[in-house]
Design a protein around this ligand. Structure first.
Ligand code: SAH
Length: 349
């Protein structure tokens, strides 16, 4: 019996982000044999189906019935390739909102930088996304879609995912965790190759630890003391560094996973030798990795990016104190500049 009520077919949540089990339950609820679940899973995640009308292994009759069930793929609104091969995508969601995803190819890897929200409410002073305000959380399928879009476009399997696009992932923990599980189980990306980056939301790092995922947690510190951090990150006033670091310790102990700390370098402001000393002191007990990110100028504020010499001095100060440190230059800088700027520019034009 393949017939189904119109209500069932039009009100279903999008299929993307659902597991093999959930998809199998869905096809069975539509009166179909369970092997159709496996076929549906394959067409969604391996064959990039955008509509159930495209799934030609299903009978014509059934396809016609379920054609209106949303798969959950977003529309490509704009695509731009930087000279270094980085590709930025603006994706249009079903409600018309625009989000940004980035594909970053390196020698053997393809990393996708995904957004977790439309905009961001954290309003960090140096971040372009924060200047645009916050609209809403992304749904699970809207996160998974970003990765499939990049994988399909590059015709290459995505190897790594970083939640460093628009938004604060830990303000959207339910959908982010569901997306991480789907990216792992359905898209086939190792949990160890997925990084969730957060500026810190009280209680949420603890909550993430309880999910027992093998992902990497990146914590956006950006300052070596509370006073300085409050000037850059408004939410830091309600969440002192001490409490944030305490949660990081708990995370480390519960999951056994090392944390990496992100630190944006702002010339003369947080990149002096005494800042390096404070930072080393703070992360000392963690055996962690510190990623230094030289500031990418955005038009709304007048922070400066440090010179190569200043950056090297800061690195040396950390190394002297046995901190494992890397400098990460934002990719694709030549064309569309920093985080969130492509969206801002294209929407304004
Ligand atoms: N809300 C999360 C995820 C957003 S990604 C978080 O804060 O971690 C945040 C990262 O974007 C920061 O760690 C920083 O590395 C980067 N970033 C934001 N604005 C930047 C800018 N103007 N220049 C360089 N990096 C920037």
């Amino acid at each position: 019996m393949a017939s189904t009520s119109p209500e069932l077919t039009t009100t279903t949540t999008p299929l993307l982000g659902q597991s093999l089990e959930e998809l199998t339950d869905w096809v069975k609820a539509q009166g179909q044999p369970s092997y159709r679940g496996k076929q549906l899973h394959q067409w969604l995640y391996d064959k990039y189906a955008r509509s159930l009308a495209d799934v030609t292994v299903f009978s014509k009759e059934w396809r016609a019935e379920i054609a209106a069930v949303p798969v959950g793929r977003s529309q490509l609104h704009f695509r731009s390739v930087a000279p270094d091969g980085t590709v930025k995508y603006l994706l249009k969601l079903a409600d018309g909102h625009i989000i940004e995803a980035v594909g970053i190819p390196t020698e053997r890897r393809l990393t996708v930088c995904v957004s977790s929200q439309v905009g961001c409410p954290m309003a960090c002073d140096f971040c372009a996304t924060g200047k645009g305000g916050f609209l809403r959380n992304l749904e699970t399928h809207e996160i998974v879609d970003q990765v499939l879009t990049v994988q399909e476009d590059f015709e290459q399997r995505v190897s790594n995912i970083v939640f460093m696009g628009m938004g604060e992932p830990l303000l959207n923990p339910k959908n982010v965790v569901k997306a991480v599980r789907s990216l792992n189980q359905d898209v086939g990306i190792g949990q160890r190759s997925i990084t969730v980056s957060t500026v810190g939301i009280p209680g949420q790092i603890r909550r993430l630890a309880a999910e027992s995922l093998k992902i990497t947690l990146a914590v956006s510190l950006h300052a070596s003391n509370q006073t300085l951090r409050e000037t850059l990150i408004p939410s830091a006033r309600q969440y002192p560094l001490e409490a944030l670091m305490e949660e990081c310790y708990e995370y480390l102990h519960q999951t056994g996973r090392r944390i990496s700390f992100e630190y944006i370098l702002l010339s003369g402001l947080n990149d002096l030798p005494h800042h390096a000393a404070e930072l080393a002191e703070m992360v000392g007990g963690f055996q962690s990795h510190v990623n230094l990110i030289p500031y990418n100028p955005i038009s709304e504020v007048d922070y400066q990016r440090p010179s190569d010499h200043q950056i090297q001095t800061f690195v040396d100060e950390l190394k002297k104190r046995n901190v494992v440190v890397s400098v990460r230059y934002s990719r694709g800088l030549e064309k569309d500049a920093a985080c969130g700027q492509l969206r801002a520019q294209k929407l304004a034009s």
